[in-house]
Design a binder for this molecule. Structure first.
Ligand code: NDP
Ligand SMILES: N[C@@H](CC=O)C(=O)O
Ligand code: NA
Length: 365
């Protein structure tokens, strides 16, 4: 039987802040662009899944179907089998931050299943996983896109790929790469006024959907380190892992061994004085403190941490969860190519995922 080319099956793992926004953008996309026909065939959280032998879940009703389902999620190899047996091509959308799901991308890709994701774990894990992912995709002809793994929906990865693919040479990448850290410092240590309480701002960032599922993954600097690992690799620096360069953590020493994110948030107000000291030290010099990262391609060095900025500096003047990312290249000379805008939040992150899906559809359907 010929494989229909006018239909694509979509499997979604993860229905949190980004996953929910993605589903509503998928519903709008399916309504706006009837070709190829987009069929949602699987949706799961960590505990439950909705799927059936007809490969058909209502996109609009997916969250209700998931909530009322009594099915356990398929194991990742079972899901790969299920999608490989679908009557047309399939795309896996990973909206989790799971390392296990990320580790399975080579399996999905080698079975012809394309992957789109905002999950940083695969592209910032071991360099071997990175190679396995792109080798599996190249061998099987499947596609893999991860725009929202850096700067949420901002066109950071596509821009860097375009620079490299057109023969430009990146010399340095620097800026603010975390929506959470941007929000925290913009509200805790604003250019004007006194700012809020550190621990209260951390809670707000979580409520606004900016943080990782566990906010300690933002505060320990690892989220930014992961993003820099991804960008460094794309720019041609084969960084081994996000822990292979200096990363400053903002987790108080006393809370390093706390077992859960919730307990950490409960105890954090007891350590607000530590961040207050950092803020005052900058204020004494007429500056503000911000959490930044940089990749220097010439010296092959990557670093992540706090720096002080004059109040007139563009990094000091960021608002909300904005990221600012400057690409210094041979072609752009001393005036970098700069990308700026919201770097976290469900809708802007899902936008990057949905636009990646559209790119995949244009190549496979
Ligand atoms: N939020 C943001 O602004 C941005 C997020 N991202 C990335 O997007 C991804 C999702 O973030 P976000 O939506 O905020 O996170 P949430 O915590 O809101 O949602 C995560 C979802 O993934 C599910 N999940 C976790 N592990 C598994 C698993 N092994 N199998 C199936 N489902 C699983 C969770 O299920 P359950 O509810 O059962 O635990 C939940 O539905 C992360 O990788 C994050 O780094 C990237 C850019 C910006
Ligand atoms: N927690 C991350 C989400 C996007 O990658 C951030 O705050 O930037
Ligand atoms: Na992006």
């Amino acid at each position: 039987m010929a494989t229909p080319t006018n239909q694509v099956f979509i499997a979604v793992i993860g229905a949190g802040g980004v996953g929910k926004s993605f589903l509503s953008q998928l519903a709008a996309l399916a309504a706006r662009k009837p070709t190829p026909k987009l069929s949602l065939c699987y949706i799961s959280s960590s505990k439950k899944a909705a799927f059936n032998s007809e490969y058909s879940i209502g996109i609009e009703t997916a969250l209700q179907e998931l909530a009322s389902s009594s099915k356990q999620p398929l194991s990742l190899p079972q899901l790969a089998d299920h999608l490989a047996a679908a009557p047309a091509k399939a795309v896996l959308v990973d909206n989790t931050s799971s390392q296990d799901v990320a580790d399975a991308y080579p399996l999905f890709l080698s079975r012809g299943i394309s992957v789109v994701t905002p999950n940083k774990k695969a592209f910032s894990g071991s360099y071997k996983l990175w190679q396995d992912i792109f080798t599996a995709a190249a061998t099987a002809g499947s596609k893999v896109y991860h725009e929202s793994s850096v700067g949420a929906g901002l066109p950071v990865i596509s821009t860097l790929k375009d620079l490299v693919d057109t023969g430009d040479e990146v010399t340095k990448i620097e800026g603010v790469f975390s929506g959470t850290m941007s929000f925290l410092f913009n509200s805790f240590a604003p250019v004007e006024g006194s700012g809020g309480q550190w621990s209260a701002e951390v809670k707000k960032a979580k409520e606004l959907g900016y943080t990782e599922p566990d906010p300690r993954d933002d505060l320990n600097g690892l989220d930014v380190a992961r993003k820099l690992t991804i960008l460094a690799r794309l720019a041609g620096l084969p960084v081994e892992s996000p822990t292979s360069f200096p990363v400053q953590s903002l987790i108080p020493k006393e809370l390093e061994s706390v077992s859960s994110g919730d307990e950490f948030l409960e105890k954090l107000p007891g350590f607000d004085s530590q961040m207050e000291e950092t803020k005052s030290a900058a204020e004494k010099q007429g500056k503000v403190v911000r959490f930044v990262g940089s990749i220097d391609m010439t010296s092959k060095s990557v670093k992540v941490g706090l720096e002080m900025f004059d109040k007139s500096h563009p990094i000091a003047a960021l608002k909300g969860s904005d990221n600012i990312i400057s690409f210094y290249t041979k072609r752009y000379g001393s005036n970098p190519l700069i990308i700026q805008g919201a770097g976290a939040g469900g809708d802007v992150t899902a936008m990057g995922v949905t636009s990646d899906l559209i790119k995949v559809l244009s190549q496979i359907a």
